[in-house]
Write a protein that binds this ligand. Structure first.
Ligand code: PHE
Length: 344
């Protein structure tokens, strides 16, 4: 009997301490199996009296039951722990950061274009677009550049056929907008877009470039309106201290015509290498819309006047960001492009 109780105590202790289902199964086989200590204790039954045998049998059954029950209870605990461990291991951490995709940047020319668009939209302008493949009529004739005009020499381009070409400036969009207005003002547009010329590419020339045309038509428009507008443009693009200066120039589609300079933002007008010691940097061409252009595009030049200007986007970007090679805009080199990260 003592032997049985000792076996029981030892078994219950081992079951209590056991930490895996495998270990528990080994204990079950050992204590309840045919070769276990219980079986060997039973062997002594043959020397017992009938009564002793009966009570020994009872106790040994009870011990077996208790061990079985302890094993079952422990199995449940272990199974539960095992399940919890499994769940824990299979848990997906959805808070893990996603993989980083490389982000593109805005092209510097797009940045300048959008900056100009914002500036002029703020002044009540709308944005107009026109075709890049243009007719001779719109690109030249309606801009007062007839076929034999010497100013055409400076704007040689790529011809699709005799009368179809890649536009040399954004000025033909003026003609499209004016004709669509049927002789009725006011008109206040800017026309940004790509332009082309037959040029030998070098650090400052490119056969493809971009311009942003501006056109205002109304009654009582004077050169003072043009000057005020361009002054604001200069200050917004190059800093509040900028001044502008107008120099007489020539364009067939404007009369009078001016070349516009801004005071050098590098030396504040004192003279440096950037402004070639003049204190001024040439920035764009402009003028009062030639009455001939107004008439050809359906406007009564006795009633309406207008001004126009043409801004080279590459030139503005090169000045503003200190870029010294125009080809950088078109080479698609990420080392160049990644330097332009817009802060807004
Ligand atoms: N179209 C001119 C050029 O490409 C620029 C310009 C536009 C000049 C409007 C005056 C007025 O050179």
């Amino acid at each position: 009997m003592d032997e049985l109780l000792k076996i029981k105590e030892e078994a219950l202790l081992k079951i209590h301490d056991c930490s895996s289902l495998k270990e528990l199964n080994d204990l079950r086989v050992f204590y309840l199996g045919k070769k276990g200590p219980m079986q060997s204790a039973m062997k002594s039954m043959k020397d017992m009296s009938k009564e002793q045998r009966a009570s020994f049998g009872q106790v040994s059954n009870k011990v077996k039951q208790e061990i079985t029950q302890a094993i079952e209870e422990k199995r449940k605990v272990l199974e539960e722990a095992e399940m919890l461990k499994k769940i824990q291991n299979e848990k997906i951490d959805i808070s893990l950061p996603g993989s980083q995709l490389p982000l593109g940047t805005i092209h510097p020319l797009t940045m300048i274009r959008e900056e100009l668009e914002d500036l002029f939209i703020g002044m009540g302008y709308s944005i107009a677009e026109g075709p890049e493949v243009e007719s001779d009529h719109f690109n030249f004739e309606l801009m007062n550049l007839p076929k034999d005009h010497p100013a055409r020499d400076m704007q040689d381009t790529f011809y699709i056929d005799e009368n179809t070409l890649l536009r040399t400036h954004t000025s033909p969009v003026q003609a499209h907008v004016m004709l669509a207005a049927n002789g009725r003002g006011p008109i206040k547009v800017i026309c940004p877009g790509k332009t082309y010329r037959r040029d030998d590419d070098d650090a400052t020339h490119s056969h493809q470039f971009s311009q942003c045309e501006g056109l205002v038509i109304d009654k009582n428009i004077t050169m003072a309106d043009l000057k005020g507008t361009l002054e604001l443009f200069a200050k917004k693009m190059f800093g509040e201290k900028r001044e502008i200066r107008l120099r007489p120039s020539y364009f067939p589609f404007t009369e009078p015509s001016v070349e516009v300079d801004i005071s050098c933002y590098n030396c504040n007008g004192k003279g440096c290498s950037m402004c070639k010691n003049t204190g001024w940097i040439e920035i764009l061409g402009a003028g009062m819309v030639n009455p001939k252009v107004l008439e050809m595009c359906g406007f009564d030049s006795q009633v309406y006047q207008g001004f126009a200007f043409g801004i080279g986007l590459e030139r503005v970007a090169m000045l503003k960001y200190g870029i010294d090679n125009i080809r950088d805009f078109y080479s698609g080199d990420l080392r160049f492009l990644n330097q332009f990260v817009r802060k807004d």
